[in-house]
Write a protein that binds this ligand. Structure first.
Ligand code: ZN
Ligand code: ZN
Length: 552
């Protein structure tokens, strides 16, 4: 029987984030993207969420390479965590490689990692696979899709993309090549589903430039613009318009400074001489000669814009009359954080201009009509929607059906599911381990659902510690019980309740003695139950209760 091509997503399905797709054929594996996700609000203390790598670690000797579509965190963010266990060559375009290198430096992985830069149009051999880089448009420079070939057939993996006929740099997506591959015959298409619910076309990045021009022209105030740090073309447009109206540009926010450093070094951004100034020097300039570009478009707590708004930025405070331009849309879940920054800007009498007032942001993802063009050009036999929540995957499936694809040729998968393809069949067959691994500080995977449940409990109800010293000889109470609480009530104003709790604990201990209970675990559970039911009756609260017995 002929070998099958297997496609397994370890992230990026039924979620936006931590994209990672494995292709497997004839004993060889390649990986497309190694992204990370961000924690939900109730994942207390979790910094980032990464895919479960156990399947990759188990098969690390078969992995022939990692291919990266572009430099967004949801596509490269968990690379450092995978590279700890799996050391294989990474292939990426120059901009993506530049951003990956920053990450590797941060994690001290540069010397042991083989990072190979490729150009759109180039084809890389990786075991029994060959992977061709195809230029696409997106909200970051140098993004690519892939044509992945093996003996079973060709798979087009679009990566994140849009069709932008007038991009700022890099040229339009290579539709010609996609059409050519479509004519040669494409077995399967894996395409970006992010914007599948939006009709029409995504506007060109260039359209934002006109809005900037209108906001800079004749403006006598200081201008502060925030956008996504990685959107090089957007930042380029802001710099160009600032230069056009004689403003100097200062940049604040580490991620933005990093992205600008990489993109200017590699030639993706061109800053006219003398335009860039250090933030420390803007005080000496008149207001109508200043433009500050800053991070914080999502209301991130530690970002430069948030700090400016709340007066905790070391160099810049928001002043009355400042024109603050938010050149970004809210990523779902960030609305409240952004809202509180905007309120603070209003409190300082700044003028806030956002998407509602003008076209200040365009998406980096294809809308319905663009997706249809790709489907029409690629003409795949099978279609696998990716990069989306269930709703988007299903909507994308419907779009493919509208274009004539039989429903049985569309596969909506989930992370960990194995899609098996032959030249004329596609089906889900089996699963591999997949899920979410939590990163907290240096710890990877040591915080699981049990720890998170405790953190949630502590966060919502606080805790009570009951400390008793007992004699090791006869089990009599030597001192205590003492009650210590955190996050439960303010003790100084609740002395009565504390005393009642102490009495409940004393009672419980007396009951234990009367029943000749000597097992300490049993005594602890007795104390816990007594306090818990007393508190629930009295306060309708349910704090975590930790009885501690000290042997003396
Ligand atoms: Zn992206
Ligand atoms: Zn993405």
């Amino acid at each position: 029987m002929a070998e099958k091509l297997k496609i397994i997503s370890l992230g990026g399905l039924n979620e936006i984030g931590k994209n990672l797709t494995v292709y497997e054929y004839g004993g060889d594996m390649i990986i497309v993207d190694v992204g990370m996700g961000f924690p939900d609000d109730d994942m207390y203390g979790i910094d980032v969420v990464i895919p479960d790598f156990s399947y990759l670690i188990k098969n690390k000797d078969r992995i022939r390479g990692i291919f990266l579509t572009h430099g967004h965190e949801d596509h490269i963010g968990s690379l450092p965590y995978l590279l700890r266990d799996v050391n294989v060559p990474i292939y990426a375009t120059r901009m993506t490689a530049g951003l990956v290198k920053l990450k590797l430096e941060e994690h001290r992985l540069v010397s042991k990692t083989k990072l190979i830069t490729c150009e759109a149009g180039e084809t890389v051999k990786a075991g029994k696979f060959s992977v061709e880089f195809i230029h696409v448009n997106h909200s970051i420079a140098d993004a690519c899709g892939f044509a992945i070939k093996c003996a079973v057939g060709t798979v087009i993996h679009t990566g994140d993309f849009k069709i932008d006929p007038t991009p700022i740099q890099g040229g339009m997506i290579d539709l010609g090549r996609l059409g050519q591959l479509g004519k040669e015959g494409v077995l399967a298409l894996l395409a970006d589903s992010t914007n599948v619910e939006r009709p029409g076309f995504t506007k060109s990045e260039r359209s934002v430039g006109d809005s900037f021009d209108a906001l800079f022209r004749g403006c006598e105030q200081r201008i502060i613009v925030t956008t996504f740090a990685s959107n090089v073309d957007r930042i380029q447009q802001i710099i160009d318009v600032a230069a056009r109206y004689g403003r100097k540009v200062a940049v604040t926010g580490r991620s933005m400074e990093n992205a600008m450093k990489v993109s200017t070094e590699l030639g993706y951004m061109k800053i006219p001489d003398g335009v860039l100034v250090d933030l420390a020097h803007i005080k000496s300039l008149p207001k109508n000669k200043i433009c500050i570009i800053t991070t914080g478009s999502q209301g991130e707590t530690m970002s430069a814009l948030t700090r400016m708004a709340f007066n905790t930025h070391r160099q810049v405070d928001i002043q009355a009359g400042d024109r603050v331009i938010l050149s970004a849309s809210a990523i779902p879940g960030n609305e409240n954080a952004i809202g509180s920054v905007i309120n603070e800007l209003y409190r300082k009498d700044a003028e806030v201009v956002n998407e509602r007032d003008r076209a200040l942001h365009v998406s980096g993802h294809a809308c319905q009509e663009e997706l249809k063009i790709i489907h029409a050009l690629v003409k795949p036999k099978f279609f696998i929607p990716v990069h989306g929540e269930q709703r988007m995957l299903k909507t994308h499936a419907k779009l493919a059906q509208q274009m004539g694809m039989p429903p049985k040729n569309i596969i909506i998968s989930d992370i960990g599911k194995v899609i098996e393809l032959t030249a004329n069949s596609a089906k889900i067959n089996g699963t591999v381990p997949a899920g979410r691994v939590f990163v907290d500080g240096y710890g990877v995977g040591d915080v699981g659902s049990v720890v998170l449940r405790d953190r949630k409990h502590l966060a919502e109800d606080g805790m009570i510690v009951v400390v008793v010293s007992m004699s090791g000889e006869d089990g009599s109470v030597v001192s205590g019980p003492d009650i210590i609480t955190r996050g439960f009530v303010y003790v100084k104003e609740s002395e009565g309740l504390m005393e009642e709790l102490r009495k409940v604990a004393v009672n419980a201990l007396e009951n234990c003695q009367r029943d000749s209970l000597t097992d300490w675990a049993a005594i602890k559970s007795e104390i816990k139950n007594a306090i818990s039911s007393f508190l629930y009756k009295k306060t309708k609260r349910n704090p975590m209760i930790l009885p501690v017995i000290m042997e003396v």
